[in-house]
Design a binder for this molecule. Structure first.
Ligand SMILES: NC(=O)c1ccc[n+]([C@@H]2O[C@H](COP(=O)([O-])OP(=O)(O)OC[C@H]3O[C@@H](n4cnc5c(N)ncnc54)[C@H](OP(=O)(O)O)[C@@H]3O)[C@@H](O)[C@H]2O)c1
Length: 312
């Protein structure tokens, strides 16, 4: 199988290049301006009957707040670029994987109009898809809704998220394209784009239910996707409900007992960033039914932290 990769110099792209090269695959990397359709056509003109992975994107440096002030650059790559690559590559008979994001959803507060409406609608459509229960610091537990591949985006609090939602909506109409929604990549070694390294920069942490993508698990997942070739949208996260507190308390236990964190509420957190951040849990049911799944997040955080301790 020939694999063509765009975005190999980026965080996700570098993981893909390393993993698939180590697995003995022939990986061709292409650097072209994805926002320019004629350049994309030219760069891909010899690419047929291959797997094309588009891991390009504008994600912002040091974080997505950058995208608020660079809207045109962000939209050109995340929307135009994604459509250009997917249209051209799929039109030439390739199977295309687009790296998307789960940051297009936001878990709504219990009792809100949206959760009430969704509760009724979902129960009618396919039974209750709530996933697991989470306790909070007051000893109360609540069920968390897991967003499926069929759900429409409901988080528009950052420009970056808006571009990912628009791109996903357009790409799911293109044949032979699979959009993989990843969430807050986490890995067992230091990297500025590792969720753990990002969290370690702060003492005050918002800890609410979420999904994460453990990169060491995402790679075999991606291999399985390429093998089975699903089309449309697929959530690419570890099953289960995660909170930053789970990771950071284990970090204290396994890596650095001297470190402490203060857990804060959403109101205080939102005053600290320019763009809002999405917090949500994604359903992994569709992938599981297709035999494409990662191991559950519970139990695997320990493995991530033990590896991180050795490699830091
Ligand atoms: N990291 C995350 O937290 C996260 C979470 C969810 C989804 N995603 C998605 O995953 C994808 C990759 O993200 P990442 O974190 O790997 O980003 P990254 O580290 O910022 O890398 C971005 C990549 O895109 C390339 N690129 C930027 N502008 C380009 C252009 N005009 N034409 C061609 N290539 C261009 C960069 O190439 P140069 O180095 O040559 O500029 C680089 O290879 C994005 O679609 C992002 O939305 C990321």
């Amino acid at each position: 199988m020939k694999l063509v990769l765009l975005g190999h110099t980026g965080y996700v792209g570098a993981w893909i290049l390393r993993y698939f090269s180590e697995q003995g695959h022939d990986v061709q990397t292409i650097r072209t301006d994805v926002a320019d359709l004629s350049q994309v056509r030219d760069a891909l003109k010899e690419v047929h009957d291959s797997v094309v992975i588009n891991a390009t994107g504008k994600t912002g440096r040091p974080n997505v707040d950058w995208c608020e002030d660079h809207r045109l650059e962000t939209a050109k790559v995340n929307i135009d670029g994604a459509i250009n690559v997917c249209e051209v590559a799929s039109g030439q008979g390739n199977y295309v994987v687009q790296i998307g994001s789960g940051c297009i959803f936001e878990t709504k507060k219990r009792g809100s109009e949206e959760t009430r409406k969704r509760g009724k609608e979902e129960t009618r459509k396919r039974g209750n898809e709530e996933t697991g229960e989470r306790g909070n610091e007051n000893g109360e537990s609540r069920k968390i809704y897991a967003y499926t591949e069929e759900d429409e985006p409901n988080f528009f609090g950052s420009y970056y998220s808006q571009t990912k939602a628009v791109a996903e909506g357009a790409l799911k109409e293109i044949s032979n394209v699979c959009v993989l929604r990843i969430r807050m990549p986490l890995q067992g070694s230091p990297n500025p784009k590792n969720l753990l390294d990002k969290l370690l920069q702060y003492d005050k942490i918002l800890s609410v239910p979420n999904s994460v993508t453990i990169m060491e698990d995402f790679m075999p997942f991606l291999e399985r996707v390429i093998d089975k070739r699903p089309v449309g949208v697929l959530n690419a996260v570890n099953p289960g409900v995660y909170e930053h507190r789970d990771l950071l308390e284990l970090y204290r236990e396994i890596v650095d007992p001297s470190r402490s964190f203060e857990y804060i509420g959403l109101e205080e957190f939102e005053g600290m960033t320019k763009a809002k951040r999405s917090n949500c849990v994604l359903s992994t049911k569709k992938g599981e039914e297709m035999g494409i799944a990662m191991p559950s997040v519970e139990g695997n955080l320990q493995r991530v932290l033990e590896s991180y301790r050795k490699k830091r």
